[in-house]
Design a protein around this ligand. Structure first.
Ligand code: SF4
Length: 125
């Protein structure tokens, strides 16, 4: 059987967006990509956590900080991580930043920046 590992290399700060099927889920996803590109951490594989992939869960537990970015208060990313005993250190909910949930995928860059900034602020604490 193939070893359950991911080609993504974990770093000290791992970022898990919910990547949900709504504007706010996709804003979370874009913010995670930007934060990774700018060196604030590394976007990692939430689906691997939900799929109980042992290598991904082990790498996540070894991380210094775990960031969950959820689109809405249902908090799928945070709950998925917690179910796998991966405690979330920073949690941001996109709708709590005044961004309304909808099915319009024409994302606004300002909303993505707002989410990035919220994560950066919480990381400082
Ligand atoms: S947190 Fe909200 S937007 Fe994200 S996947 Fe769950 S229900 Fe969808």
């Amino acid at each position: 059987m193939a070893k359950e590992t991911c080609l993504c290399k974990p770093t000290e700060v791992l970022i898990f967006p919910c990547s949900g099927g709504s504007n706010v889920g996709q804003i979370a996803n874009e913010a995670a990509k930007e934060l990774t590109t700018r060196g604030f951490g590394k976007m990692y594989c939430l689906a691997g956590i939900g799929g109980h992939i042992s290598g991904i869960i082990e790498s996540t537990k070894a991380a210094k900080k775990i960031i969950a970015i959820d689109g809405c208060p249902v908090s799928c990313a945070r709950k998925t991580l917690e179910h796998a005993d991966c405690p979330v250190t920073v949690h941001v909910v996109v709708t709590e930043l005044g961004i309304k949930k909808s099915s319009d995928f024409h994302l606004n860059d300002k909303d993505i920046v707002k989410v990035e900034n919220a994560v950066k602020e919480k990381l400082k604490k």
